[in-house]
Design a protein around this ligand. Structure first.
Ligand SMILES: NC(=O)c1ccc[n+]([C@@H]2O[C@H](COP(=O)([O-])OP(=O)(O)OC[C@H]3O[C@@H](n4cnc5c(N)ncnc54)[C@H](OP(=O)(O)O)[C@@H]3O)[C@@H](O)[C@H]2O)c1
Length: 313
């Protein structure tokens, strides 16, 4: 059945990919944006709502006008900000903006809200790949701890509100066209500039999510699946000792240099060292089993290769 769907973050990488998928399914799609001029023709929607998630009154006014069945949050505060500033802005967005969105969605009688989280927020332990029952690292150090606590608060707001079905999707590291991993993106620049090394034995795991799969999972959860938390990741969590040299090769960059942990701590930020040495990956088992969801990009290997015109070979 066609639904009235609002997408916040419609000008973002995932939002732009999602809009045409929703319209192809026959849904009536409203792009919720801060600036209309950032919504180009390629991401056309049936309707546009102009509001900032941090402006509760404006948000309520626009949602009242639209009357959505489903509200989707694909916002992020990163933009072009550096890592710490991006984390700080995203934490504020998750704590205040996402709460405003949940409250506005409930007020206008929306049936479901789909919020946005990340698998990188899991507390690292053991050598396992983690599922949705694993705890988030809410007492992590520094601004990463602030970011994880904000995510946890957002998830709680989405999942515990009695008057709406709440879904929280935890993405892995997002890659694909126009992301940090694409040519010209921040990860691409770091790898090609020898600024992302292998650290120690490189056993930190990353679960990757292609933008197509992030958008595809949201589409599936608009009409299907029980409320709750779902990891949205590919089938192959990868240690940094595996994905980083492979990415460098495909990007045509230099092989990553090797550093000890002490050298890395002296040269790199805390979060990067954590990601390369101790972060845990995540499993997509719940999404596969309960919805029959399958990633279009089951492995980052083909996904990275496609970024550099190497796939199909
Ligand atoms: N990148 C990753 O590795 C990763 C991993 C896990 C989860 N995620 C999450 O995945 C989602 C999609 O990410 P993405 O890469 O598509 O994001 P993106 O391209 O950076 O887009 C962010 C979007 O959020 C909007 N936005 C920012 N602040 C806003 C505010 N106060 N009110 C309304 N809209 C606001 C931006 O609008 P403007 O055009 O006005 O700036 C833009 O449309 C985000 O929730 C992100 O946190 C990302």
């Amino acid at each position: 059945m066609p639904l009235r769907v609002v997408v916040a973050g419609a000008t973002g990488v995932v939002g732009r990919t999602l809009l045409p998928l929703l319209r192809d399914r026959g849904h009536h799609v409203t792009a919720l944006v801060r600036h209309v001029d950032r919504l180009d023709g390629a991401a056309a929607a049936d309707d546009v709502a102009v509001a900032d998630l941090l402006d509760s009154a404006g948000l309520r006014r626009e949602l009242r006008r639209v009357g959505p069945d489903v509200v989707i949050d694909q916002t992020s505060g990163f933009g072009r900000a550096d890592q710490d500033e991006g984390l700080r802005r995203t934490a504020q967005l998750r704590e205040c903006g996402s709460r405003n969105l949940v409250e506005a969605a409930v007020e206008v009688g929306a049936r479901r809200i789909i919020g946005q989280s990340m698998t990188a927020a899991y507390r690292p332990h053991g050598h396992d790949v983690l599922d949705e029952e694993s705890p988030l690292w809410t007492d992590a150090p520094g601004c990463w701890g602030d970011a994880v606590r904000a995510l946890a608060a957002m998830e709680e707001a989405v999942l515990t509100c009695p008057d709406i079905e709440g879904v929280a999707l935890r993405y892995g590291a997002l890659y694909g066209p126009n992301t940090h991993y694409a040519p010209g993106g921040a990860i691409h620049a770091r790898v090609c500039g020898s600024a992302l090394p292998l650290v120690d034995d490189g056993v930190g795991l990353t679960s990757f999510t292609h933008v197509d799969d992030a958008a595809g999972a949201v589409l599936a959860l608009v009409t299907g699946g029980e409320p709750g938390i779902y990891n949205v990741v590919d089938n192959e969590p990868a240690e940094s000792m595996e994905w980083l040299p492979a990415y460098a090769r495909m990007a045509g960059g230099p092989a990553p240099v090797s550093l000890t942990v002490d050298q890395a701590r002296a040269q790199l930020d805390w979060l990067t060292v954590h990601q390369l040495t101790e972060q845990r990956g995540a499993t997509n088992f719940r999404l596969r089993e309960t919805l029959g969801w399958r990633p279009m990009w089951p492995s980052w290997r083909e996904g990275f290769a496609a970024l550099f015109g190497l796939w199909p070979g």
